[in-house]
Design a protein around this ligand. Structure first.
Ligand SMILES: Cc1cc2nc3c(=O)[nH]c(=O)nc-3n(C[C@H](O)[C@H](O)[C@H](O)COP(=O)(O)O)c2cc1C
Ligand code: SF4
Length: 550
């Protein structure tokens, strides 16, 4: 069934998708009206229930959020910073309770007090100017530290279009197999969390016979605490776009789709403006630089659903289907967007490609350690004295990031949640044991993931943080498999009751729950949640044991 829907969804091409039509309908009325959804179902030859099921899945399309005028960030960093209750109090002087919604997360983790109004994001002390912000149509860009420690692959200043796109000119004069080989030699692995080698995906897609193929940039950066993809899209958009173009040349794809989360309005507009500029410079379209290579981009703004960062849910989302995770095989490189061969990569992974092609795979692989080659961007939250985006060579000791780059903590911190909600909970006493690379984190029972860092201050109860993680998973679960759909809700309930009622958690039951989540979930949302929970049970038993039966 979903195979047929994938084909049908692609009938009008990527420039006219059901998903975008739903977004347009919602912009006019706050949520797509039933009559409009029925019309769209007929237009796309979809079942009405399918369209309704898709539209009501997303935070910014669902009827519950119709009429919301301002959204408060409820991401982990804003929660542990404790800024959002007073933010809400201030907003309640200007808006009714029903006009205030929630967004997760706005990527303003370095400043906190984050909120979204009139399509723009604000943070820090911006709430004090709420009267003027209500009328504001332009965004106020935020500032944060950006620095590199080691090789500046991703944070080097942009040298201008002419100079930068000489990399494309050279690439288009080189056989695709040679470029692919450079990427193989580079050892570049996915930066979205799983660390899968990009060359294998490109090779798989290249081998497929289909004439139509896609390069999809996963810019759904939903991990609360992460804003490194936002940095790249807003401040280094050319490296992402050029990376996609080179990936297109290698695989034979002529379309690049950049799927950007709705919570990053500035990234969406900057990426579109950059693409417009490339068109003006005749670096896009047909026969680019007289090479015979054709390439175009499509930017798609998402609608608020963490699970759309999972690559197969993302593809279903673009197709206008309910964004449920797909069973693999077939893999996206075989049957991806509209059932065509598709490479899905993270923003940061794609942004590394131009550097590899310019400097050679060998040079890239000489940076880093072991199988973790190259550099990694790290997002530091507002508990650091110098919060921001730092690029470090893989293998850099974690204390360098925490103390030398981040300037240490501004208040007493007991743990850092590294790598998003499914990453490990690193107690501060383990900082000295870790280096920034996939292997070091795995070996020590943690996960580098996308390398966001959310601090948990001394006075923030770990049980409350675990409840937040279970509640987050329950809200974001696509619902396809029951361990995640039910287990996340039951877990959140247990943790809530243990804090608020005369209730102690049965340890065996709880362990069964996390084991079922771990081994029975289809994707890493349900399957990954147990990692931080187990870390918490191991390192913070002194805090947690009171909530469990003896
Ligand atoms: C629940 C969930 C959320 C995810 N969110 C993202 C995301 O926001 N961005 C991303 O690049 N990858 C995300 N991923 C990983 C993607 O499924 C996929 O592995 C990645 O986009 C591949 O790109 P890479 O190889 O360049 O990392 C997520 C995975 C899961 C299970
Ligand atoms: S683990 Fe959760 S998000 Fe992943 S497929 Fe199952 S229900 Fe969906």
């Amino acid at each position: 069934m979903s195979k047929n829907l994938g084909e049908l969804a692609g009938k009008k091409g990527v420039n006219q998708t059901l998903f975008e039509e739903l977004g347009i309908a919602a912009r006019q009325t706050g949520t797509p009206m039933v009559e409009r959804m029925e019309e769209l179902a007929d237009n796309f030859i979809f079942g009405k229930a399918n369209v309704y099921g898709a539209a009501t899945f997303y935070d910014f399309l669902k009827p519950e959020n119709q009429g919301k005028k301002v959204y408060i960030c409820n991401g982990s960093a804003c929660i542990t910073a404790g800024t959002q209750a007073s933010l809400k109090e201030k907003l309640l002087k200007h808006y009714s309770e029903s006009e205030i919604g929630e967004m997760c997360c706005l990527g303003r983790c370095h400043e906190n007090s984050s909120f979204h109004i009139n399509g723009n994001n604000y943070s820090g002390s911006a709430i004090n100017s709420i009267v003027s912000l209500k009328k504001e149509t332009k965004t106020a860009f935020d500032k944060y530290h950006v620095a590199s420690y080691g090789t500046a692959v991703l944070t080097a200043p942009f040298p201008g279009i002419k100079s930068y796109y000489s990399i494309l000119e050279r690439a288009l004069n080189t056989p695709a197999d040679e470029l692919l080989n450079e990427l193989k030699v580079s050892g570049l692995r996915g930066r979205g969390g799983a660390g899968f080698p990009i060359a294998i995906k490109l090779e798989g897609c290249k081998k497929e016979a289909n004439k139509q193929k896609f390069i999809v940039c996963n810019a759904d950066e939903g991990d609360p605490g992460a804003y490194s993809d936002r940095y790249l899209l807003e401040q280094q958009p050319h490296s992402v776009l050029l990376g996609m173009m080179i990936a297109g040349y290698i695989t034979g794809a002529e379309t690049g789709v950049v799927y950007i989360r709705a919570e990053y309005p500035e990234a969406i507009s900057i990426t579109q403006e950059t693409i417009n500029e490339l068109h003006k410079q005749t670096l896009l379209g047909k026969n680019i630089l007289n090479s015979g290579f054709n390439f175009n981009f499509k930017v798609i703004g998402a609608q608020g659903a963490y699970i759309c960062g999972e690559e197969t849910a993302l593809l279903s989302s673009i197709e206008g289907q309910r964004p449920e995770v797909r069973v693999r095989p077939p893999y996206p490189v075989q049957q991806g967007l509209f059932n065509k061969p598709t490479v899905v990569n993270n923003v940061e992974t794609l942004a590394c490609i131009p550097w590899v092609i310019k400097n050679g795979g060998q040079k890239f692989s000489s940076i880093g350690i072991g199988k973790s080659t190259g550099t990694k961007l790290i997002s530091l939250d507002g508990y650091f004295k110098k919060p921001g985006i730092y690029e470090v060579d893989m293998g850099t000791p974690l204390p360098v990031v925490v103390n030398d780059l981040g300037g240490g903590f501004r208040a007493k911190v007991k743990a850092m949640h590294i790598g998003g909600p499914l990453g490990g909970l690193v107690p501060v006493e383990k900082i000295n044991d870790l280096t920034v690379d996939f292997e070091s984190f795995n070996k020590n029972g943690f996960l580098l993931g996308h390398a966001s860092v959310v601090c948990i201050p001394e006075n923030f109860p770990i049980i409350k943080y675990l409840e937040h993680l279970f509640a987050f998973t329950a809200h974001e679960s696509c619902g396809k498999c029951f361990p995640c759909r039910l287990g996340s809700t039951r877990g959140a309930e247990m943790l809530r009751k243990a804090q608020n009622d005369n209730y102690k958690i049965d340890r065996t039951l709880f362990n069964d729950l996390i084991e079922t989540l771990e081994i029975g979930s289809l994707c890493a949302l349900g399957g990954g949640l147990p990692l931080p929970v187990k870390n918490a049970l191991q390192y913070f038993d002194n805090e947690l044991s009171d909530y469990f039966k003896t």
